[in-house]
Design a binder for this molecule. Sequence first.
Ligand SMILES: Cc1ncc(COP(=O)(O)O)c(C=O)c1O
Length: 398
Amino acid sequence: MAGIDVERVRRETAGVGRVVHLDNAGAALQPRPVVDAVVEHLRLEEEVGGYEAARRQAGRIERTYDALAGLIGAGRDDIALVENATRAWDMAFYALPWAPGDRILTARAEYASNAIAFLQTARRHGVSVETVPDDADGQLDVDALRAMVDERVKLIAVTHVPTQGGLVNPAAEIGKAAREAGAVYLLDACQSVGQLPLDVGEIGCDLLTAPGRKFLRGPRGTGFLYCSPRIRARLEPPFLDLHAATWTSADSYRVRADARRFESWEANHAARIGLGVAAEYALALGPDAIAERATRLGAALRERLRARPGVRVHDRGARRCAIVTFTVEGRDSQDVAGALRAAGVNVSVSLAEYARWDFDARSLTSVVRASPHYYNTEAELDRLVAALPDPAVGPTGA
Ligand SMILES: Cc1ncc(COP(=O)(O)O)c(C=O)c1O
């Protein structure tokens, strides 16, 4: 397996000359080819108008479907482009035909927006929302999941890599259990797309959602939904427009057959082109090589943080990735992130309200989240550690 040419990818990433960017789980630095493609399309829109630009660049826009499909082992007709990962997830989730008594099984580490949608649906439709316990490593316990399923389980919805830690949930094992149970399987791959290799066939998910701006290094305001042909016809999107469906007679319409039934007509074409270029960029580097280097940098950062007195690392899971979470004794996480920002190091803070089931169970209120990517270096990890404030005497900020 060829490794990453770090010098080259850094040359193609203008931001590395300005900041130590360790917030790839927030929004990565975009590589030059992505930015160039976006700007080029905006310039074309400036010159010939938005509709004409889209017409001239139709082939380029279509390439985005191929690139994303290639990245996750899907067919191009299984991809819908939407404006963010949450909207992708919502379009899938709210398309399910809920009935009283249905059960949703999910993980403790689930993301806030997904949990809020579960709770809203529970209120509206009388469905139950149940979290599968974690195993001793902190990942979803697949045996416990198997023990919980019955014919009333309509959906198994799990976040692959949670927003608040380096844990990688066993997506393919969950897929097997979902298949045995005959339940729909929705995987939130927000933090794994662009970071880890993904194959929807191997995972066995029916639906998968992801944004462009995180580890995939695409533009903000982009996301996509994978919808398997197995279940597509059964899912009527919660919103339809004249792109998702055709108005066939005065009182009838027909929903389109491909996954674009989940899209809307109007879109940011420049950003969509940039998303495709980001996916092509990741494919050219190689998803395995990306994962190997990002994971290694995550482990190296954890090691450095553990060696530092007064720092606690909070990541769990048998398999850990490039999301690294920690607290500094006696320091508020926002203050720690602020001190790092002042030293030119970008990280973010995960708050309890982003993943309340998990934070509450671990008695945490916030954690600092650092997330290296393949274009970062060990020297940058050292910069983070050197810029950390010392622990303070007094109550812990975690
Ligand atoms: C696990 C997870 N799911 C979903 C989302 C939401 O993605 P977006 O902001 O693109 O809607 C995030 C964002 O951080 C996330 O970490």
